[in-house]
Design a protein around this ligand. Structure first.
Ligand code: B12
Length: 350
């Protein structure tokens, strides 16, 4: 029996090689079909074998190049930089987001040859400048938020998590929460409001942020000498599924050495009461995002314990709910961390 003289080339384009349409590739990357056409026209990142007058079809190598381009965009490159990167065939972009701190890269620094480029201005992934559709409107946000927006639209959970972790590492928890995570969440919510689409993206980003902030809090708890005070209890009000801000608060408290017990979203009243009895906290913080879950009966149901604890209502839901004077209000991550730190005698300089 004779053996074939050489194995067939691995990436040869044969009639069986999958050739994807513009729509299929756009779906896969989470970008607008118009953006794909723009990348082709403007940067030459298109199907290798496209003849004018015929439908574009993308093969595996074209797709690989687009993925390099997209990774570069997620890392904060402009489309022109990302395209250069993709054309040179590099696989692991080393991009300015590492060299340039996010806080120095305002929107003005991002203008230039790509200013009119519809694939990134004014919304990430926007093809027509309309709210909703493919877009996440992040025009005032920095490179990190825009990169996370792109990764989120592509539903690339690993990239979202990595980019959030990089932001925390470089900029710290508070900055990342206020200037990277919140703008992305706001943009996702705006897209949902105008299109009704994207709850899955909201979930994906929430999971990634929770994972990164929780891991950071855990690492801090092992590194930072704990302050000898009773713990802070963090809970989402009954019926309330929003809890991310308390995840952020938990991580910040851990960095300040303040022990806390995170009890998650939607904690039933009887469970909250049982937790207060068992933990004997110094402070209880109750998050309500929605006025419908901001029920004054919940803080009122908390048992009177000795030693006593202070309770705080946090989140926009409580804004219109009348609360007894002994229940304080917390307005922001900084306000919450500083107020609790002050109460517990933990001073923090920043
Ligand atoms: C992430 C998210 C989710 C996640 C929550 C995951 C989690 N583990 O928390 C999931 C997917 C579960 C979810 C579900 C829903 N959500 Co939702 N969600 C959001 C989103 C995008 C962010 C929420 C958040 O963390 N906000 C906190 C910060 C980011 O809000 P902010 O306005 O920037 O900050 C203000 C304050 O909160 C304060 N602040 C900021 N950070 C901190 C930190 C601390 C410690 C403190 C004290 C204060 C503070 O400062 C700001 C000034 O007020 C918001 C949109 C948004 N931008 O808030 C919608 C939003 C809250 N959701 C909304 C809705 C409608 C829903 C759903 C009903 C349907 C849906 N879209 O999926 C469900 C069910 C909710 C329920 N029954 O509880 C609406 C609420 C509308 C309303 N009633 O007011 C919003 C506003 C989206 C929208 N524009 O329509 N959601």
């Amino acid at each position: 029996m004779t053996r074939p003289s050489a194995p067939p080339p691995v990436r040869a384009v044969t009639p069986e090689t999958p050739q994807l349409t513009v729509a299929a590739v756009a779906r896969r990357l989470g970008i607008a079909p118009a953006t794909l056409r723009t990348w082709d026209r403007r940067y030459g990142i298109g199907p290798g074998a496209h003849t004018p007058g015929t439908h574009r079809r993308y093969g595996p190598e074209d797709l690989a190049r687009l993925e390099v381009m997209q990774r570069a965009l997620m890392a904060g490159a402009t489309p022109a930089e990302a395209a250069r990167h993709a054309r040179t065939g590099a696989t692991a972009p080393t991009l300015p987001v590492v060299a340039e701190p996010d806080r120095e890269v305002g929107p003005d620094r991002e203008v230039g040859p790509d200013r009119e480029e519809p694939d990134c201005e004014p919304g990430v992934g926007d093809d027509l400048g309309r709210p909703g559709g493919w877009a996440l409107r992040l025009s005032g946000a920095g490179r990190r938020a825009r990169g996370i927006g792109r990764a989120a639209l592509a539903m690339d959970a690993t990239a979202v998590r990595r980019l959030v972790a990089e932001a925390v590492e470089a900029e710290g928890l508070e900055y990342t929460w206020n200037h990277v995570v919140r703008p992305v969440l706001g943009a996702i919510a705006a897209r949902w409001e105008s299109t009704g689409a994207g709850v899955e993206i909201e979930h994906l980003v929430s999971e990634a942020v929770t994972a990164v902030f929780s891991a950071r809090g855990l690492a801090a708890a092992e590194r930072v000498e704990p302050v000898p005070v009773r713990p802070v209890l963090l809970a989402g009000a009954p019926g309330e599924l929003h809890y991310l801000p308390l995840v952020a608060l938990g991580a910040v408290l851990a960095e300040r050495g303040i022990p806390h017990r995170p009890l998650g979203a939607n904690l039933p009243v009887d469970a909250l009461v049982a937790a207060v009895r068992r933990i004997a906290p110094s402070v209880v913080v109750l998050w309500a995002q929605d006025p419908a879950t901001a029920d004054a009966a919940v803080p009122a149901a908390l048992p009177r314990t000795r030693p006593r604890f202070r309770s705080f209502a946090a989140g926009p839901g409580w804004t219109t709910t009348p609360l007894p004077p002994e229940v304080g209000r917390l307005d922001s991550l900084r306000d919450a961390a500083d107020t609790l730190g002050g109460l517990l005698g933990v001073t923090h300089t920043n």
